[in-house]
Write a protein that binds this ligand. Structure first.
Ligand code: SF4
Length: 335
């Protein structure tokens, strides 16, 4: 098996919320992501997907577990290699307005990392590189935008500037955290298409974090989707497998709630109802399977008492659910 670009092994992150009380935002997450691969992390807000993304981007330290970048444990990297890792993994944040300095022009924003990392020489070359980067994210004519300030751009344009800035250091891996959720619905798909084009052109791997399974389905159709619930991965599969044959009850619920383009089909689509609408607090996680108080397929004591392990199956998918494991016992991959 080849070395993955990023590998998470038993990644866990706790936060102290009060004296003597901590929550586990990410719990025992293991995942491999190859070069050029797209993986979407999907789940409700508070499920740990952003915390996982920040740990991968080197912005938060894990409480336990390891992150490997090209086979190297990132916690053991010396200063120069750590710097290479931080440049190799870039994060695009949800709010482009908050992540761009309002007092700087677009040229200042894009040229600063180019200059800092010696990517260009003269001012003329830097300006040309900035124009090329803006054009690569479909901001045209780029020369008209260079001297503008972020507030003079639309939300979609600002997010494209964030993407251009991330590309200045030739990353191998992009963590896009709800990267299109704050832009107008009408331009979300166009922005996703720009990201897909850049992924192809630059051979990037992308971790796309979203609460919207419909967006994940569109973006990761050639990749994989990981579904998170209360800090844990509960299902990972190719996007096609996950959409056409979801295994985990939570994935089934999420898919049944996606509206269809045709309102009549949406009305007729059978919805899988949760047993409870209340999302448990991370401070008081339910025993056993954390989804059991809401799970429409709950099967009694086993669900209530035993935490289901994320089990790998021969078709490449992984699912954390007792009944699924029992029904598919013949397909379990021995660890
Ligand atoms: Fe539902 Fe039980 Fe599966 Fe948990 S383990 S998702 S409660 S069926």
């Amino acid at each position: 098996m080849s070395t993955p670009l990023i590998e998470l092994q038993h990644l866990t992150r706790r936060f102290q919320v009060k004296r003597n009380i901590s929550i586990t935002a990410v719990s025992d997450v293991s995942l491999r992501i190859d070069s050029g691969e797209i993986v979407c992390l999907v789940g409700e807000s508070g499920c740990g997907k952003t915390t996982a993304g920040k740990m991968i981007a080197g912005l938060l330290k894990p409480s336990e577990g390891n992150i490997y970048f090209n086979g190297q444990d990132v916690t053991q990297l010396k200063k120069d290699d750590w710097e290479k890792y931080r440049l190799g993994v870039q994060m695009i944040h949800q709010d482009p307005y908050a992540s761009l300095n309002p007092a700087h022009t677009i040229y200042d924003i894009v040229s600063a990392p180019l200059k800092r990392h010696g990517k260009t020489g003269s001012e003329i070359a830097t300006r040309a590189a900035a124009i090329e980067l803006l054009e690569s994210v479909d901001l045209t004519p780029a020369s008209d935008l260079l001297d503008k300030f972020p507030h003079q751009l639309s939300g979609g344009q600002r997010q494209r500037v964030s993407v251009a800035r991330a590309l200045t250091v030739n990353p191998k891996f992009i963590v896009a955290d709800e990267a299109v959720s704050m832009v107008d619905v009408s331009i979300r798909i166009s922005l996703l298409n720009t990201l897909l084009k850049l992924k192809e052109k630059n051979g990037l791997a992308v971790l796309f974090i979203t609460h919207d399974l419909a967006l994940a389905k569109y973006f990761a159709w050639e990749g994989r989707i990981g579904v998170m619930y209360l800090g844990k991965l509960v299902e990972v599969a190719s996007a096609r497998q996950l959409v056409e044959s979801p295994q985990h009850p939570y994935t089934k619920v999420l898919l049944s709630a996606i509206p269809e383009a045709d309102p009549e089909r949406t009305r007729q689509k059978p919805r899988i109802e949760l047993r409870s609408m209340d999302v448990p607090s991370l401070m008081r996680l339910p025993s056993g399977c954390a989804f059991h108080p809401r799970c429409p397929f709950y099967e009694g004591e086993m669900c209530e008492k035993v935490i289901p392990a994320l089990t790998k199956f021969t078709d490449g998918s992984s699912v954390a659910c007792h009944p699924v494991r029992q029904k598919r016992a013949a397909d379990v991959v021995a660890e």
